[in-house]
Design a protein around this ligand. Structure first.
Ligand SMILES: NC(=O)c1ccc[n+]([C@@H]2O[C@H](COP(=O)([O-])OP(=O)(O)OC[C@H]3O[C@@H](n4cnc5c(N)ncnc54)[C@H](O)[C@@H]3O)[C@@H](O)[C@H]2O)c1
Ligand SMILES: O=C(O)C[C@H](O)C(=O)O
Length: 334
């Protein structure tokens, strides 16, 4: 019996991620969770899913809920709640607003599903992962964000297309911020098992164009159709499958690192991690000088916004205490 809960299931990415997850064979219970007022909407999604299960021959116990009690017993809880960016906005512009939402749900998860693994999707995902880690009080191995997995998928498809090979022949990795300062690791990119730098075509490869396309991929989709849904939804489902299947795959997600990348650490950011039933475990790596410079820049940017956001949450929490003159468990951000 495995139970997965999607918080924010009434939203676009939450809804499609839930659907993709419902097709994973070992998921037996799925909770479509949302905020109060969305009961009817969530129930509608549930009924529609049930119709599709009939066509698929799937047998998943499905619930639609706004009651925190229904998070209980979840093996994996995914937070997709929060505002998405509008055209022209950077993901980091969402930090302060979404931090409150992620903080609230992380505390709720800690209370109702203390043994769960938390996956954060809400943006800016690296900062929100740090918020979830802090507010849940969970071990770093049990809190991570979608991070640069989606960016790595995007780069992989551009490379496969350029070389006219099947995507499964391409292995590549982007680390750092899920955003402007992301760092592609060409040193860790292979095609059909061959180091990309050993291919004659490497010198004429439009590498900078590829990376630029990855950086603007999200905003391009948002400008054209309002939201990115299927790419992130499938990426989320892949990671859930990796956890529940105890697959020990190495994927790039946002995780807390101590010093795993050239001794750089103390931040939640996109890095290669081993993923299994116990959670995520950063793989110690050494990257080249140019990559270190880029990664350090990314770390500095995320670390500075993270500390601002965490400190705002702390003062808001202190303010609440003062106002109420009592400690209300549900009002506490820390
Ligand atoms: N990390 C990634 O790769 C990635 C990919 C796609 C989307 N996202 C992020 O996921 C989030 C959701 O995106 P979406 O397109 O589904 O947005 P959406 O507007 O369709 O859905 C937002 C969801 O959050 C809930 N929500 C909003 N404000 C809330 C609040 N104050 N309290 C509780 N719940 C609240 C809504 O009820 C809804 O369920 C955004 O932050 C977006 O940037 C991240
Ligand atoms: O770009 C966004 O705001 C959504 C998401 O982070 C994405 O990369 O698709």
């Amino acid at each position: 019996m495995t139970k997965v809960c999607i918080i924010g299931a009434s939203g676009k990415v939450g809804q499609f991620a839930a659907y993709a997850i419902s097709k994973i064979p070992f998921v037996s219970r799925l909770v479509l969770f949302g905020r109060e007022g969305n009961e009817n909407f969530l129930e509608g999604i549930k009924l529609d899913f049930i119709d599709s299960f009939s066509a698929l021959g799937r047998d998943v116990k499905l619930s639609a809920s706004t009651n925190p009690g229904d998070i209980e017993g979840s093996d994996v809880v995914i937070i997709t709640s929060g505002i998405p960016r509008s055209p022209g906005q950077d993901r980091l512009d969402l930090a302060k607003q979404n931090a409150r939402v992620v903080a609230y749900y992380s505390r709720l998860i800690a209370e109702y599903a203390p043994n769960a693994i938390i996956m954060v999707v809400s943006n800016p995902v690296d900062v929100m992962t740090a918020v979830a880690l802090e507010c849940s009080g969970f071990a770093p191995s049990r809190v991570f964000g979608l991070g640069t997995h989606l960016d790595s998928m995007r780069l992989k498809s551009y490379i496969a297309n350029h070389f006219s090979v099947h995507v499964s022949e391409v292995h590549t990795r982007i680390i750092g911020e899920h955003g402007e300062t992301m760092v592609p690791l060409w040193s860790a990119t292979t095609i059909g098992g061959i180091q990309i730098q050993n291919l004659p075509e490497f010198s004429s490869l439009p590498k900078d164009d590829f990376v630029e396309c990855v950086k603007v991929a999200g905003s391009e989709i948002i400008n054209k159709c309002g939201a990115t849904i299927y790419g992130p939804g499938e990426a989320i489902a892949t990671i859930v499958r990796t956890i529940l299947g105890n697959e020990d795959r190495i994927l790039s997600v946002s995780a807390y690192i101590r010093s795993e990348v050239n001794d750089i650490g103390d931040v939640c950011i996109g890095v290669p991690v081993r993923i299994n039933r116990k959670g995520v475990f950063p793989v110690p790596i050494r990257i080249n000088e140019e990559e270190v410079l880029g990664f350090q820049r990314s770390v500095d940017r995320i670390r500075s916004i993270t500390s601002e956001v965490l400190s705002d949450l702390k003062s808001e929490s202190a303010e609440l205490d003062k106002k109420n003159n009592v400690v209300h468990k549900n009002d506490l951000l820390f």
